[in-house]
Design a protein around this ligand. Sequence first.
Ligand SMILES: Cc1cc2nc3c(=O)[nH]c(=O)nc-3n(C[C@H](O)[C@H](O)[C@H](O)COP(=O)(O)O)c2cc1C
Length: 160
Amino acid sequence: MSINQDEFKQALRRWASGVTIVTTKAADDQPAGMTVSSFSSVSAEPPLVLVCINTDSSNAEAIMESGVFAVNILETDQADLSGTFASSKTHEERFRETAWSEGVSGAPLLDGCTANLDCALVQKVQAGSHWVFVGEVQAVRSQDGAPLLYFDGGYRKLQA
Ligand SMILES: Cc1cc2nc3c(=O)[nH]c(=O)nc-3n(C[C@H](O)[C@H](O)[C@H](O)COP(=O)(O)O)c2cc1C
């Protein structure tokens, strides 16, 4: 039995999430990345997380080729950066708008995020239009700060 696509999308708009930028190293060693809200923790021992990336995105190929990715959890004032990494801008243009440094895996870690999870790709599953990438966290850093939220097609801030 197939469900109505609009009803499916409408139901998913009810889900509130944080916002991340998933970064990786492209074939030419240049930084690559995109905005991703389909992120989840998976396991503490070993430390695993997952992200879902559209198979059409060049980032998917770059993650599979490099075998590394980082999940950069956005702070409440980084909505513009989220927009940049979800736009038609080139990767070079996207990274020009933010400061970053290379993590132990080689994936770019963005400054100003509430957390950066530096991962080695350990498993991948194709599910419909997306790849589900499971990463084992190799290094982590976090700092205090409110999260950027996404709900009903728009950015939100956590209310005290
Ligand atoms: C808030 C937000 C969340 C997003 N989450 C995802 C996601 O989880 N997976 C995905 O494949 N694309 C997601 N996108 C869309 C991609 O960021 C967008 O298509 C981006 O341009 C893809 O990068 P590319 O152009 O380098 O392929 C999201 C966009 C926004 C604005």
